[in-house]
Write a protein that binds this ligand. Structure first.
Ligand code: AMP
Length: 414
């Protein structure tokens, strides 16, 4: 794919080609078509992913199709440096489309900024504090505002800019387009998106650094030789709908899928040792609900985007905290709730500690009859000698799920 494949201003592809930029990054590939349609977009993407062009290309295309007017686009950023960087990044495109830009930040005189604003520029890139100063002086109005970009929104909230953002956008036209970029997606950003956007399309690029809060997490302590039984039991007894089971090795993946099938549970394995056709068939069947359990290795599950996974089971522990976050992020997507359960044997106590350190807290232990002591604070429970697990989990499974807001999501894994 190249930039010419998008319906952007044809001059822009030429400008980029001169800078050696020809292939869109994942955030650009995902955001540009949506923003060109005029949709509100929430993009979870870090700096360095190409997000500036991700919003500049569609926005400036739309602006170049309309009539010049003061304050048609506003980009809010947390810092002076970022504002300047964003303006610099947009400048070649703005020039090509004959759109005027200004950068409104603190630390420099009001004179030239006031002149720019009073003369009327199409695009204002600003930090919230200085922009408010100008608004209070009557130097700028947002009657013509068509597009708002909240860049590095999580940092703006961290820096206490929320009241300023509210004041700035209080009287902005409601039919504007709002694009929100954030490296993380905590509750506060979700709230911000709800307050300032309308039916936003959500896109997510690359690694997620913290697990979504919509995913409940539980640990099942278990003896190694009882894991398979516990899994079969868990899948049958908990009102589990669509489950992704993670296993470290290819062979164990096959073995466990076979075991589940022999116990009447429709399960398919997916791992790097299977042919492309087999993998595609497995994925397709899982997506279409032909079977409800997919047993996967980490590698095979990378980039897996299946909506509606209600449960993730870590049959064994992932190697790293990042893998853990990545695994459990397969559920709880699109604002749905999800449950992630992790089976931990006494031998895996150290690996669990790594994950809990990453989370900054310990994960709740499920109370069940086959539980074994794993860590000093693990819950001890009596279990019948040698017997297989007989009871399902008491907490944190099933429960209400479903979409909680009008936000739609498209996940794009880089
Ligand atoms: P950003 O994430 O917007 O700060 O961009 C980071 C850097 O990547 C900037 O120097 C851009 O010029 C560069 N860049 C953006 N998009 C592309 C692309 N599609 N191909 C190559 N470089 C890019």
């Amino acid at each position: 794919m190249t930039f010419s494949d998008f319906d952007i201003n044809p001059l822009f592809a030429q400008v980029l080609a001169r800078e050696g930029i020809t292939v869109p990054t994942p955030v650009q590939a995902a955001a540009i078509p949506l923003a060109l349609e005029g949709a509100d977009v929430t993009a979870i993407a870090q700096t360095g992913t190409g997000k500036t062009l991700g919003f500049a290309l569609p926005s400036l295309t739309l602006l170049s199709e309309g009539r010049p007017a003061p304050g048609r686009m506003l980009v809010l950023t947390p810092t002076r440096e970022l504002a300047q960087q964003v303006q610099r990044g947009m400048m070649p495109l703005a020039k090509a489309a004959r759109l005027r830009t200004t950068c409104i930040v603190g630390g420099c005189g009001f004179g030239p900024q006031t002149q720019d604003l009073r003369r009327g520029v199409d695009i204002i890139v600003a930090t919230p504090g200085r922009l408010l100063d100008h608004m209070q002086r009557g130097n700028v109005s947002f009657d013509n505002l068509e597009i708002v970009v909240l860049d590095e929104a999580d940092r703006m909230l961290d820096m206490g800019f929320l009241p300023d953002i509210r004041r700035i956008l209080k009287d902005a036209p409601e039919d504007r387009q709002t694009l929100l970029f954030s490296a993380t997606f905590p509750k506060e950003i979700e709230r911000l998106a709800k307050d300032f956007q309308y039916e936003a399309e959500r896109i997510e690029i690359g690694a997620i650094s913290t697990p979504a809060e919509t995913v409940t997490q539980q640990v099942y302590t278990v003896r190694k030789d009882e894991k398979k039984e516990l899994l079969a039991h868990f899948l049958q007894k908990t009102g589990v709908e669509t489950t992704l089971v993670f296993i470290r090795t290819k062979h164990a993946t096959d073995r466990v899928a076979k075991y589940l099938r022999s116990h009447g549970i429709e399960a398919e394995p997916i791992h790097g040792g299977r042919s492309q056709a087999q993998r595609e068939r497995a994925l397709d069947g899982f997506r279409k609900g032909k079977f409800s359990v997919l047993v996967a290795t980490d590698v095979a599950a990378r980039g897996l985007d299946v909506q509606g996974i209600t449960h993730v089971v870590n049959f064994d522990l992932p190697k790293t905290f990042e893998d853990y976050v990545h695994r459990i992020g397969r559920t709880g997507r699109a604002n749905a709730t999800g449950d992630a359960v992790t089976f931990v044997t006494p031998e895996e106590a150290k690996d669990l500690a790594v994950i809990e350190r990453g989370l900054g807290r310990s994960i709740e232990r499920a109370v069940w009859e086959g539980a074994v002591p794993v860590a000093s604070h693990a819950q001890r429970a009596e279990r019948p000698a040698g017997g297989p697990p007989r009871r399902g989990p008491r907490r944190g499974s099933g429960g209400g799920r479903g979409r909680r807001s009008g936000t739609r999501q498209r996940a794009v894994q880089a």
